[in-house]
Design a protein around this ligand. Sequence first.
Ligand SMILES: Cc1ncc(COP(=O)(O)O)c(C=O)c1O
Length: 421
Amino acid sequence: MSVTLVPVSPAPSTARAAARPLDVLGVPGEINLDYAATAPCSRAAADAVAALLPWYASVHRGAGALSRRCTLAYERARQTVGDFFGARADDHVIFTRNTTDALNLLARALPAGTAVVTFAAEHHANLLPWPRGSVRLPVPADAGDAVRALDAALAELRRAGNPGLPVLVAVTGASNVTGERWPVAELARVAHRHRARIALDAAQLAPHAPVDLLALDVDYLAVSGHKLYAPFGAGALIGRADWLDAAPPYLAGGGATSRVGAGTHEVDWAVGPARHEGGTPNLLGAVALAAVCDALADADRAALHDEEQRLLGRLRDGLAALPHVVELRTFGPDAPRVGILSFAVAGRDSADVAAVLARDHGIGVRDGLFCAHPLARRLLAEAAARTGRRNLPPTALRASIGLGSTEEHVDRLLAALATLG
Ligand SMILES: Cc1ncc(COP(=O)(O)O)c(C=O)c1O
């Protein structure tokens, strides 16, 4: 079967051609405004995978030329991804399936008794893996409030508990519900002042802005390839080696061992990334992710950011002008945000609205509570209180944009929503 890959990135104007080294694929006529769930495939990822496919063979398991090339490609991908995210020389870069997998891996690698502190505003992937007894701070009113609340919570933890207790703070870089950015560097400073470590859920931030582990001074970072224009099923956990090397392997099996004896549990586990990458690794996923990292590293990120903010501003202004549409927000209207926006249509069921947008307008958005139930419910209640509306639905809609998004996409959504008033 032959598959034609159709680029749907906008026809490049001269300015944009320089600013957009990453084309994305798609289907002409279908408007995808659901990048936050899964972004389209980039040309960079598709080409890297296509180039490797003839060579496709085992990784770390064969002496043949194909296998050696694949092993090299996999390890190069690890280096590229680590470099792109600013990994320290002694950090591990572990390929996972996605962010959920990466955070679950980290949760399993926590030293015994680790106290984990999160905010109720997190995606379920950053709420549910943590051990019982974790501290969940309330949704903050703004970025400053988040920093103060963390400071107070960590001071209290240190006062109340064993001063040597390992503590991990786990926060998102950008909300998958509102797109609002969290003050990661400030939270990291506070965490470290209290001798806690910090893990960054970069699933939604990384597709929109540079994320540098060293510059932000975070200890761990989790990302998903499929949200970063790199489908094929890989994500990554990057961070400090000590907890990871001391933990039981995430998946026991081939590749995670250095020696296995005859006794049932006579095994020396590998140290390094291999310890947590049991089984045959996802070569194509890793190579796709690395290809996007390379392409983004060569791109003018400031220009991409400006263009995204322009489209986001157009979308928000357009929604604000629709009297029956209410935006959801945590930190207020002017907080910095990435190209993600949730809203409710008064008097209309969100699933029905999403279905109408798809069926009648060829527009794909997300509806529901976005795997962030505590936050989304709270923001819907806040939106009702703010606007005095009693007819907001119990779930919301979300539009999210990225590299292939255009003014036309935004305007078509606004025009479609205008008909629902
Ligand atoms: C902020 C955030 N964290 C984590 C995840 C989980 O990502 P994945 O489904 O790729 O594991 C998502 C997915 O939407 C997300 O938005």
